[in-house]
Each structure stands twice: as structure tokens, then as C-alpha cells.
Design a protein around this ligand. Structure first.
Ligand code: SF4
Length: 298
């Protein structure tokens, strides 16, 4: 869940009222102590023209220490915020994590996608204990820290178009979120039997990704009990360096930094019938698709 900051103050105040019954004993006494300049925040330079309707609420929350802006007295009122930041601000308002520390409430365990080192971990854990944050049914909080829309889509043309349409809607109207549009096959908890089987045989490990480098715990390796099936160990195979063939720009292509046709090898030395890099090998590769539809007006 994310909100644009221009709506944030109002949304947060509503949410605060909604949870006040749970947290009344720990609520911060929020009072207005400032004299307001006309139509302008006294805290943030950029809460001025266009945000007159919100500046009093924003300053009230700033006085209470609930909102702190992004530094240099800027609030970025038109920017999106994340679920994680929203919970952090709720925690500042109501001291939920203080209640957790004091033993007034019991922790219910964390979310599997909220690392203990994350700045929002304690606030989210407390919010879960209070029932303010419930996560998904597979115990994920989905912080969506980049504020980008994401859609789980199917493979048929209609599925793809619908997923793209939903992303365009979220980009235009917000809020960005993770949506599952492939509900006829995909559930939030996944295939429990398949997940259990994978978990029995594999364990997380650092992994190299084309164009991205090594990402901690992003891959799977066989557990020690199944090491006899590990071909890399059995045949003393060195792990690849994750580099592309000389001249290939595939890493930049799949990160969206380069259009396939901007690769000097595209269509000259690299074609589907004689590919140089992996993006030209299979039909769904970005370069192969760009080659196939290079004359289409899409
Ligand atoms: S056109 Fe070929 S060489 Fe160039 S990035 Fe794509 S796959 Fe690599």
C-alpha cells in the first residue's frame, strides 16, 4: 500500500483514529502549538502553493514528531510513500513499539519479507502485534519500498494486455501496489505442496544474475543432504562470472538501459539464427523479440 504525500496527512489522521482504540494507552498527545503562516508550512519549504489544504495537518504531525520530511526542510508532498514508512509514522504517533518493549503486548513474530535489520522492522512487528498490519496470508508484509506497480499476469495475450493495463492505471492514478491478476492459477500462498518440496531439497544462497550481479539469498542451492546430486560439485565446475559474450549488451537491455537495436551487434553479427548473446537465443528474449517485430508499428 502506498499513498502520495499530498494525501498522506489526511489518510494518516484517519488511520490514527481507526487504531486509537487499540493503542490509546500509548498515544502521543498531539497538539498544535504553532502559529501558521498563511497557506504555507512553517516546517517545509515545499508545502506551500497548491498544498494550502494540507499544511496545517502536516505541521501538526511535524510538531508531534510523526513526519520528519526528507531533509533540508523538504517534504516532497507530491511523492509516494511506502507501506513501511506509513507504519513507521503510525508507530511514532502511537508508540506501538514502546508497548512491545515494555511487554504490554506480545510479539506475534515478524513477516518473512521484513529483515530484522530494516529500519522499519520494529515498527512493523509492533503493528502486527496490534493487528494494525496483517500482511498477506503467506505472512508477507510487501513493503514495496520502491513504490512501483507490479502485476502478476498470465501468459496469454489477454492476460498480458490486462496486466499492462492495470500497471498503466496504477502509474496514472495510483496507488502503486502488487496485484495478482492471474488468480485462476496463482494464489498468495502459492502451491503449498510444491513449496514444501522445494524447501526440503533446496536452501537460499547468494546468486549471480545477468546484468544485476550478485544478490544475497536470491537463488537456491541443494541442501547438504542432496549434495550428491550437485553437478557443479560432482564435476568440479567453476561458478560462472556472470559476464556476457564480448560486445554483448544483454545486461543493459534486460535492465531497460538500452534498446536492443542500440547494441552494435544487433542484426549485424547477432541474429536469432546465429545469436551472440542470451537475449537473442530464445523467442521470448528481448533482442529476439525486437528483431522479430522490428518493422511492426507497435
Ligand atoms: S543484440 Fe545480441 S549481442 Fe546485442 S545485446 Fe542482444 S543478444 Fe547481446
Amino acid at each position: 500500500m502506498t499513498r502520495t504525500r499530498k494525501l498522506f496527512a489526511a489518510v494518516l489522521l484517519v488511520a490514527v483514529v481507526a487504531v486509537s482504540g487499540l493503542t490509546a494507552a500509548f498515544a502521543t498527545d498531539i497538539t498544535e502549538t504553532y502559529a501558521y503562516l498563511p497557506d504555507h508550512s512553517v516546517y517545509f519549504y515545499d508545502v506551500a502553493e497548491g498544498y494550502a489544504w494540507a499544511h496545517r495537518e502536516i505541521d501538526t504531525l511535524a510538531v508531534a514528531g510523526v513526519v520528519r520530511g526528507g531533509g533540508d526542510h523538504l517534504f516532497s508532498p507530491g511523492s509516494a510513500i511506502t507501506r513501511a514508512d506509513f507504519i513507521v509514522m503510525l508507530d511514532r504517533a502511537y508508540g506501538m513499539s514502546q508497548a512491545l518493549d515494555s511487554g504490554a503486548i506480545d510479539a506475534q513474530g515478524g513477516f518473512v519479507d521484513v529483515p530484522g535489520s530494516a529500519y522499519y522492522s520494529k515498527a512493523v512487528t509492533a503493528a502486527k502485534a496490534f493487528g494494525v498490519a496483517t500482511g498477506t496470508d503467506d505472512n508477507r508484509f510487501l513493503p514495496e519500498e520502491y513504490g512501483l506497480p507490479a502485476v502478476v499476469g498470465g501468459f496469454e495475450a489477454g492476460d498480458v494486455l490486462y496486466a499492462v493495463w492495470r500497471m498503466v492505471c496504477m502509474v496514472c492514478d495510483g496507488p502503486p501496489a502488487l496485484e495478482n491478476e492471474y488468480v485462476r492459477l496463482v494464489t498468495a500462498g502459492g502451491n503449498a505442496a510444491a513449496r514444501a518440496a522445494v524447501d526440503r531439497v533446496f536452501q537460499p544462497a547468494d546468486s549471480l544474475w545477468r546484468g544485476l550481479g550478485e544478490i544475497p539469498d536470491s537463488g537456491l542451492v541443494l541442501r547438504p543432504a542432496y549434495a550428491r546430486y550437485d553437478a557443479a560439485a560432482r564435476y568440479s565446475l567453476a561458478r560462472g562470472a556472470g559476464t556476457e559474450p564480448p560486445g554483448c549488451r544483454c545486461g543493459q537491455v534486460i535492465r531497460g538501459l538500452l534498446h536492443p537495436e542500440e547494441c552494435p551487434l544487433f542484426g549485424r553479427l547477432c541474429r536469432p539464427e546465429d545469436p551472440v548473446g542470451p537475449c537473442m537465443v530464445s523467442g521470448e528474449g528481448a533482442c529476439a523479440a525486437a528483431w522479430k517485430y522490428r518493422s511492426a508499428d507497435v
